[in-house]
Design a binder for this molecule. Structure first.
Ligand code: BDR
Ligand code: CA
Length: 308
């Protein structure tokens, strides 16, 4: 059993990752969810998180974290996720309770009061996680690992070199990668292989309440992905959860990962020392390949369970 704290900016793929986590209570005890300004403003992504959790009749504490990055202003991604940050489905606006504490303090309290070590799942810019690491260093030994979606060794998506989550807050990302906490990095190298086909998306239609919601989310996301050259849809954030559930579906290598934080064209780029003998510890397991069929099957099974 893993004890999860999920930090996210829903986000179509964030929403599917949350669903996969909540559908597997035998494997995951979800202690809480925090939001971070990223795909859209903090207000919008928090609204989206509330909508998803309320739709699922979930009983997981939710808190809103930082509105924007450590240094630079927030850059959002309406071209990929729409004006709301999770365009597509209609929600009835049912309310969902939200903690009065800031997300960073919330994460710290959850870690401090957990009797077991906690796994952080980071699906957006790493601002909340970096502040947690900086402000509460005494809690680091209580963090088992961080499974994050971010970066890419071979290429970027926001720029030729930088992936969106890391590009938005590279200063935070560098703090996280240098924290010494074991990291599993689901970067674009693997997440762009973790795609769902149009046919598989259409099979979810009218299958059940939650499957149909996934269909609506993925239909919008598939259309928006076309402008970036994708026919099928890479479900980036879902990798960070599926790896924790079924690591055997993935392949990867250990590396010492750094982030370029200066204002050069490489800002937000992740680069790794994969040499056999590297001067610094290789604390990041960089995922490189995935069994695509097995990955999509995990999503399908999760949706079926949530529909029951
Ligand atoms: C990442 O950026 C966001 O748009 C997605 O939710 C994902 O976390 C992919 O680059
Ligand atoms: Ca995300």
């Amino acid at each position: 059993m893993k004890h999860l704290l999920i930090d996210c900016d829903p986000g179509h793929d964030d929403a599917l990752a949350i669903m996969a986590a909540l559908a597997n209570p035998k494997y995951f005890n979800v202690l809480g969810i925090t939001t971070i300004g990223g795909n859209q403003t903090l207000k919008k992504v928090t609204e989206n998180a509330k909508n998803i959790l309320s739709f699922l009749n979930a009983d997981v504490p939710l808190a809103a974290g930082q509105a924007g990055p450590l240094v630079k202003p927030l850059q959002t991604a309406p071209e990929a996720h729409g004006a709301t940050g999770m365009d597509g489905p209609y929600f009835d606006g049912a309310d969902y309770p939200i903690a009065s504490t800031n997300g960073v303090q919330f994460l710290a309290e959850k870690i401090r009061t957990s009797k077991d070590k906690v796994t952080l799942v980071a699906l957006g810019p790493l601002t909340n996680i970096a502040l947690l690491i900086k402000n509460y260093p005494e809690l680091l030994p209580q963090i088992e690992e961080i499974s994050l979606m971010g970066g890419g060794i071979h290429h970027g998506n926001q720029t030729p070199l930088a992936e969106f989550n890391i590009y938005v807050d590279p200063d935070a990302a560098e703090i996280v990668f240098q924290s010494g906490i074991p990291i599993i990095m689901s970067g674009l190298d693997v997440t762009e292989k973790a795609e769902i086909t149009v046919e598989e998306i259409n099979q979810l239609k009218n299958q059940g309440k939650v499957s149909h919601l996934a269909y609506e989310l993925l239909s919008f996301y598939n259309q928006s992905g076309r402008q970036f050259g994708f026919i099928n849809s890479p479900i980036h954030d879902l990798c960070a959860v599926v790896y924790l559930l079924k690591p055997e579906l993935f392949q990867g290598s250990y590396a010492d990962i750094h982030v370029i934080t200066d204002d050069s064209p490489a800002r937000g780029m992740t680069y790794g020392d994969f040499r056999r003998i590297a001067p610094e510890p290789k604390n990041t397991f960089v995922l490189e390949d995935v069994d695509r069929d097995g990955f999509v099957e995990v999503l399908r099974e999760a949706l079926v369970k949530l529909d029951e």
